[in-house]
Design a protein around this ligand. Structure first.
Ligand code: 4SX
Ligand code: CA
Ligand code: FE2
Length: 337
């Protein structure tokens, strides 16, 4: 069996591109209400970044016929890591497409886009345009005052396979939710030195469960909920505000006009030491999802956004685990039995 070539050196979850069916409605939600800064706009797209982000964008909204995830993107450490990514994913037997700078997403240089082993459209890039420092432009802050993209949460039926694949990409594991026999129900995995860049929710996939956006303080999470209540848009609030067990973050979940889920998230913790140990929650611990024991609304476990393939065609979803032969225990989302 040929040796798998070395994986790319992933620095962090960097941006997501969402297809939205009504760009004006999306602008109201993501810019006016959440406070993203518009770095660039065209007639069909918005390129957005948070107050702390020094690069071109962390979210692209483009007009599309259906609401879907176009792709998620990880930044890698060097230009050579883009080559490594292409070699690595081809060796895994994945579809990989090189996208020279200027031919892909505005603001991004040379990149490779793949359909990863879990069926997700993922881009790896190094070069991204730098942008004006807005960190102390308090005069420009608005709405939820989003600081930066923090993580992707993905729905996949085979959590052990997702864990193994991301471990192979060099991700650490900060926390898990496990059954009494240590069946893996959910995992939070990282390259940057916080709780996660990616996390897995059990369920039919590939689907995007949510984008996690960081604010600096819990009052911004509370203000987000107040803002939506104030304009009688409270139906966009899906879950919370509350305190997570896993990650210890303070959170609220919203659904955008197309149903894309977003989490406003603050105050998790440092995970950067080489011997950082995984913290394991038992599935029967009612504090795991909400530290105060508040129930999780069913839609949070059930709903998620479809994903597109590299040609923009929606990918079929499955609830079948990748390797039936392995003794991987198929576990659904933890909370619906
Ligand atoms: O609900 S959980 O405590 O499992 C949780 C923890 C961190 C997250 O980012 C999240 O989306 C969900
Ligand atoms: Ca609600
Ligand atoms: Fe999250």
């Amino acid at each position: 069996m040929a040796e798998t070539p070395p994986p790319p050196d992933v620095v962090r979850s960097a941006y997501a591109q969402l297809a939205v069916t009504d760009l004006d409605a999306a602008r109201w939600f993501w810019v006016e209400m959440l406070g993203f800064h518009v770095q660039c706009q065209t007639k069909d797209s918005l390129y957005l970044r948070g107050t702390d982000e020094l690069t071109h964008h962390s979210l692209v909204l483009r007009r599309g016929d259906i609401a879907a995830l176009d792709h998620i993107a990880y930044r890698v450490r060097t230009p050579q890591d883009v080559d490594r990514a292409e070699t690595y994913f081809r060796a895994l037997g994945c579809q990989a497409r090189r996208i020279p700078g200027g031919r892909g997403t505005r603001g991004i240089g040379d990149a490779v886009r793949v359909v990863d082993p879990l069926g997700f459209p993922v881009e790896f890039f190094y070069e991204i345009e730098h942008a004006e420092r807005l960190i102390q432009r308090y005069d420009l802050r608005r709405g939820a005052e989003i600081a930066r993209l923090d993580h992707f949460n993905i729905c996949t039926p085979d959590i052990p396979a997702a864990y193994t694949y991301y471990k192979g990409l060099g991700f650490g594991c900060s926390e898990t939710i496990e059954g009494d026999e240590h069946e893996l129900y959910a995992a939070w995995m990282y390259r940057k030195q916080t709780v996660h860049d990616v996390a897995f929710t059990g369920g039919a996939g590939p689907r995007l469960h949510h984008l996690g956006l960081a604010t600096h303080e819990s009052h911004q999470v509370l203000r987000t909920a107040d803002l939506f209540g104030a304009v009688h848009a409270e139906h966009h609030i899906e879950r919370g505000p509350g305190r997570h067990g896993v990650s210890n973050a303070f959170y609220v979940y919203l659904r955008d006009p197309d149903g894309h889920r977003v989490e406003i998230y603050t105050s998790d913790y440092y995970t950067g030491d080489p011997d950082h140990e995984t913290y394991r929650w038992n599935i029967h611990d009612d504090r795991r999802r909400d530290f105060w024991g508040n129930a999780v609304i069913e839609s949070w476990y059930k709903d998620a956004s479809p994903v597109l393939d590299l040609d923009g065609v929606p990918r079929p979803v499955t609830d079948t685990i990748l390797d039936e032969s392995a003794d991987a225990t198929r576990v659904g989302a933890d909370g619906l039995g």
